[in-house]
Design a protein. Structure first.
Length: 115
């Protein structure tokens, strides 16, 4: 189960990366617009503290340069609390994106095999 969580987490992080690229670097059309809408819709369903943490750490422009400790400081939470909140949010998002996560994981495996 832990390896499945790791694979799903990797797929979710890849989806966040695609979201940032679509949202902040490119003109939004078609599938890119669908991705943005899916992510934003799922984020709206999270509790406020989980939504804030995921947005600060993974979804806003420049968040790829943010580190966990920066988010902990901004939210005034400990590292352990950060991990607990993040993991809860990840489990919920993985469940919401289970089909999308499978597709992203397959695409990631195909990219790795072709490299």
């Amino acid at each position: 189960m832990e390896s499945s969580y790791r694979q799903n987490k990797a797929a979710l992080l890849k989806m966040f990366q695609q979201y940032r690229l679509c949202k902040y670097l490119e003109e939004v059309k078609g599938q890119r617009k669908e991705l943005i809408e899916k992510v934003e819709s799922a984020m709206e369903r999270l509790p406020e503290i989980e939504r804030k943490l995921i947005t600060l750490r993974f979804l806003q422009s420049g968040s790829e340069y943010e580190r966990n400790y920066n988010v902990c400081e901004a939210m005034q939470i400990s590292s352990g609390t950060f991990q607990t909140i993040r993991n809860r949010a990840f489990y919920k998002l993985i469940y919401m994106f289970s089909k999308d996560a499978e597709q992203i994981r397959e695409d990631h495996n195909n990219e790795a095999n072709n490299a």
